[in-house]
Write a protein that binds this ligand. Structure first.
Ligand SMILES: [Zn+2]
Length: 250
């Protein structure tokens, strides 16, 4: 069980509740966002992406997904029962980074092996999930940043849940650098078989705190529970469990 604590909103005096580990909280009465430790206003940009679907429409998108594509049981849409549909505004940090990685590696697929040197330079709006538990596949989510608007609590549906950030800005920047570095290692390994050295430089811009609408759906098919994660801005299924189709071998 998690203990819920409270501070007073310094904008409207309403109680702002938060859980242990949360760092940034948003008042659900006036939308004021503050740093829990100090109670002071959060001064960086706080944005949101709007949800475009009602609960019924989200279900329709799920049924369409069930009906389409290969590897799904033919009766999936017809025989599945939706158990839960929750709209959650998940907190993210969007970190603008220009990353330059110089590397040296060995290309072993030729004889004799050759040493190659190259540079990877890329610009990113790197997305870091601001929650510690791995509840969401951030790398598989192509955040629709073009739809970003200033955070407005009046645009949050009453039935939706908004999660606070458990990750401070500096931590998000550190994670972004780390994740980009391993992404560049992955890219370099397409060119060479072994990396001898890699040095990366990062130019980091102003990070944006962002709430994005994600539908968490659970459904039942033939007695088993499965999950689907749907992007509330674009209606795309970000990740969906497909029940294993059993072949009649045994
Ligand atoms: Zn308030």
């Amino acid at each position: 069980m998690s203990i819920i604590q409270e501070i007073r909103c310094s904008n409207c005096a309403a109680p702002i509740s938060f859980k242990p580990g949360e760092i940034i909280a948003t008042c659900q009465y006036c939308g004021f966002t503050c740093v829990i430790e100090t109670g002071k206003a959060f001064t960086l940009e706080h944005s949101m992406i709007l949800n475009e679907y009602t609960s019924d429409q989200a279900e329709e998108l799920i049924r369409n997904w069930m009906r389409s594509g290969f590897l799904k049981p033919g009766d999936l849409a017809k025989s599945s029962k939706i158990l839960e549909k929750n709209l959650v505004y998940l907190p993210f940090w969007v970190v603008p980074v220009t990353a330059t990685s110089r590397y040296k590696g060995v290309f072993e697929r030729v004889t004799p092996a050759v040493v190659k040197e190259d540079t990877i330079e890329k610009e990113y709006s790197w997305l870091v999930l601001a929650r510690k538990a791995a509840i969401f596949p951030a790398r598989e989510y192509d955040v629709p940043l073009e739809g970003k608007v200033p955070y407005d609590f009046r645009k949050i549906e009453e039935f939706a849940k908004t999660l606070n950030s458990e990750v401070a800005r500096d931590e998000a920047v550190r994670l972004a650098r780390q994740q980009i570095e391993s992404h560049h290692q992955f890219l370099a390994k397409q060119e060479v078989d072994k990396i001898i050295e890699m040095k990366s430089d990062f130019a980091v811009g102003d990070a944006v705190y962002l709430h994005a609408p994600i539908w968490f759906v659970a459904y039942e098919y033939k007695g088993e529970r499965h999950n689907i994660i749907l992007d509330g801005a674009t209606g795309t299924v970000i990740k969906g469990d497909i029940p294993a189709t059993r072949f009649g071998i045994l």
